[in-house]
Design a protein. Structure first.
Length: 282
């Protein structure tokens, strides 16, 4: 089991100016840093890889999908831009010697539409077609794609793990699975352990987030039962803490962080990692 921390805990956007986060994450005891790619132009893979090697940790890659990166958009130009961006994230992942890119790559975060079943099916077909092309680009590079269901306030398309499995199966590529996130699951799933067991083999990555999007463990989630479900389906990681600093106003506004959720970003990461090691390893 490898444990990671998202760059979003401390910084937005990630760039050469924040490379010291790699050393911080390593010093806190993590095995991985999740590099969030808001703007590919700020990502310098050779410089990042050099620091990763020096720190002795690995990386995962998380995509950020705004209105111009919508794989289910009616406008083919927007879909083409989303695909080009996702392919660049895949290339970055390969360059960082990472084997996974995750995120809600099926649509744009914040897009909410009233649609009937036929319209939803059409949106899924568009998303599946783009993700399938990205998966084919990723396969020879040894990169997998983890699709992240989001809560109802952030997307209208894929909210539950069951819906995510439907999309994964429609894509039909064995290097496409799910990124599951406890913050979103806490809103949408009737039972987190049951949903995880149903998703089973499709789970590629686990975002460990507090129920308030703060420190995992400092919340009301039934962590032992969640971990047991992951172990029952043979999940082996990575487990990544994702949280967002209120110090970066744009990102805080985007994810509705209106107050401090921990004494500090470092404390959130350190306390969360301590909790995760305990519940996963005893």
């Amino acid at each position: 089991m490898k444990f990671g921390a998202s760059t979003f805990i401390w910084a937005s956007p990630f760039s050469n100016a924040t490379l010291d986060l790699i050393d911080k994450v390593a010093e806190l005891g993590f095995d991985l840093i999740e590099v969030c790619v808001e703007d590919p132009a700020t990502i310098d893979p050779p410089a990042i890889l050099k620091r990763l090697k020096r720190a002795g940790i690995g990386a995962t890659v998380c995509g950020v999908f705004g209105p111009d990166r919508d794989m289910s958009a009616d406008d083919p130009a927007v879909r083409a831009n989303a695909l080009a961006y996702l392919k660049r994230c895949i290339d970055i992942s390969e360059e960082l010697e990472s084997d996974i890119v995750v995120g809600p790559m099926y649509s744009a975060v914040g897009r909410t539409r009233m649609a009937d079943d036929a319209e939803r099916a059409a949106q899924r077909r568009l998303a599946a077609d783009g993700i399938r092309q990205a998966a084919d680009h990723a396969r020879p590079k040894g990169v997998r794609l983890g699709l992240e269901p989001l809560n109802r306030f952030e997307t209208d398309l894929i909210n539950t793990l069951d819906q995510g499995v439907v999309l994964v199966e429609e894509v039909g590529r064995d290097n496409v699975g799910l990124l599951v996130d406890t913050f979103h699951m806490n809103i949408e799933e009737k039972s987190l352990p049951a949903a995880l067991r149903r998703a089973g083999k499709h789970i590629f990555e686990f975002h460990a987030c507090g129920s308030d999007r703060g420190t995992p463990g400092d919340d009301h989630l039934a962590w032992p039962e969640i971990v047991q479900a992951l172990q029952d389906v043979g999940f082996g990681g990575p487990v990544v803490i994702e949280a967002f600093t209120p110090k970066i106003k744009e990102i805080a506004r985007a994810v509705s962080i209106w107050r401090k959720l921990a004494p500090s970003e470092d404390a959130l990461a350190a306390d969360g990692l301590r909790h995760l090691r305990q519940v996963f390893h005893g």
